[in-house]
Design a protein. Structure first.
Length: 341
C-alpha cells in the first residue's frame, strides 16, 4: 500500500503497521519495540508488551480530538529491532532466573550468573544506544519512542538523547516506584535502577517524578537530594482537599525545562488501568489524568524530544485484547502524537 492510496478510515490489514499506518510511509517518529525483561523480579510478561500494544492499535481511529492529524507526519515500527531484542532477552534470561530463584529460596547465588546478566545488560544497552544514535544522526528532526519491555529498556535511548542535548532537558518519570536502587538483586541495570543509572550519566537531565508510592528509605533519601518529586499520597491529599489537578501540575512543574522526555511506567497508573503489570500498587494516576498531562505539557509549549512506555503486560491466558494493552495503546498514541506535534 502506498501513501497515496492510504485511507485513514480504512480497515487494518496485514500490510498495516502500527496504528494502521502504511508500512512504507515516511516517518518522523521511530518506535523501537523492545522485548527485554531479563531482570524482572516479580511477575513476568512485559516481554509480550510490544506485540500486544501493536495488536491493540488495530481497533483505534487515527483522527484524534486533540492532536487532530499529527499521525500524517508518520510513525514507524521497527520489527527487526523487536526480533533482535527478543533474542538477546532469551539468551540472558536463564542466568537471571538462576539468581532470582537462589535469592527466593535462600540458596547460594552464583556470582558468575550475576556477571553474565550484567554483561548481557551492557550489550543490550549498547545496542539500544547505537540504534538510537544512528536514527538521531540520520535525521536531526526525528523522534524516538521506545516501547518495553521492562523499565531498564530505555537507558540507551536516554543516554543518546542526553548527549545530543547535552543534558538540557527534563525527564518526567511516571511510576509507582522511584527506580533509584543502586543495583537490585546484584543486577546493575535492573528495572528498579533505571533512574539511578540516568543520574549517573555524564550529562544527566533533570528528573521530575510522580506516582511514587512504593519505595525504600535509601531511594527516598537519594530522590530528596537529586530529583524533583511528588509522592502519590501527597498528590491525592491535595486533590481530596480540593486543589485542582491543573494547579497541582502548575506548582510541580514550575521550573520544568522547555525540552522534555517522558518515561512512563504503566504502573504509575492506578492498577485498574494496568491489572497485569509486573508490580501493581494501589493508588496512582487515573488514565484521564495521564492524557490531560500530555495535553497540558503541550499547551505550555514543551517539546517532547523522546519517550518510553514500559511495563505494559498483557494477560497471556487470554486470546483477545485485554485492558492493559487497550489502555497502553491509547497512551502510546497520545505520546506519539505529542512527539510529532
Ligand atoms: Mn519503573
Amino acid at each position: 500500500m502506498s501513501e497515496h492510496e492510504f485511507d485513514p478510515e480504512g480497515t487494518f490489514t496485514d500490510e498495516s503497521s502500527i496504528f494502521g499506518l502504511p508500512k512504507d510511509m515516511e516517518s518522523k517518529l521511530s518506535i523501537l519495540p523492545t522485548a527485554w525483561e531479563v531482570t524482572t523480579s516479580f511477575r513476568r510478561g512485559t516481554l509480550f508488551g510490544p506485540e500486544a500494544l501493536f495488536n491493540a492499535t488495530k481497533q483505534m481511529d487515527l483522527f484524534h480530538p486533540y492532536w487532530r492529524k499529527s499521525y500524517e507526519k508518520g510513525i514507524s515500527w521497527d520489527v527487526d529491532f523487536l526480533e533482535k531484542t527478543k533474542l538477546m532477552n532469551s539468551e540472558a534470561t536463564p542466568y537471571a532466573l538462576n539468581v532470582i530463584n537462589s535469592l527466593e529460596t535462600g540458596g547460594e547465588v552464583n556470582q558468575q550468573d550475576i556477571e553474565k546478566v550484567n554483561m548481557a545488560s551492557d550489550n543490550f544497552n549498547e545496542y539500544v544506544y547505537n540504534t538510537s544514535k544512528l536514527i538521531l544522526e540520520n535525521d536531526k528532526n526525528k523522534r524516538i519512542g521506545l516501547v518495553g519491555g521492562d523499565h531498564s529498556c530505555p537507558y540507551g535511548l536516554i543516554k543518546a538523547l542526553s548527549e545530543k542535548y547535552d543534558g538540557d532537558f527534563s525527564i518526567i518519570h511516571l511510576d509507582a516506584h522511584f527506580d533509584l536502587r543502586d543495583s537490585y538483586q546484584g543486577f546493575r541495570h535492573s528495572h528498579a535502577s533505571i533512574m539511578k543509572n540516568v543520574l549517573d550519566l555524564k550529562t544527566a537531565p533533570k528528573i521530575y517524578q510522580m506516582g511514587l508510592r512504593d519505595f525504600s528509605a535509601s531511594e527516598f533519601n537519594l530522590a530528596s537530594e537529586k530529583t524533583t518529586f511528588l509522592l502519590d499520597q501527597e498528590f491525592h491529599k491535595l486533590k481530596i482537599e480540593g486543589k485542582s489537578f491543573r494547579n497541582i501540575l502548575d506548582d510541580f512543574f514550575k521550573n520544568l525545562s522547555e525540552k522534555i522526555y517522558i518515561s512512563f511506567d504503566i504502573d504509575g497508573l492506578a492498577p485498574e488501568f494496568c491489572p497485569n503489570t509486573g508490580t501493581p500498587v494501589p493508588g496512582g494516576l487515573a488514565y484521564s489524568e495521564a492524557v490531560y498531562l500530555t495535553h497540558y505539557l503541550h499547551e505550555r509549549g514543551h517539546e517532547l524530544i523522546g519517550f518510553d512506555l514500559v511495563e505494559v503486560s498483557p494477560d497471556c491466558d487470554k486470546e483477545d485484547l485485554g485492558l492493559d494493552e487497550i489502555i497502553g495503546s491509547r497512551l502510546l498514541y497520545e505520546l506519539s502524537c505529542f512527539a510529532l506535534s
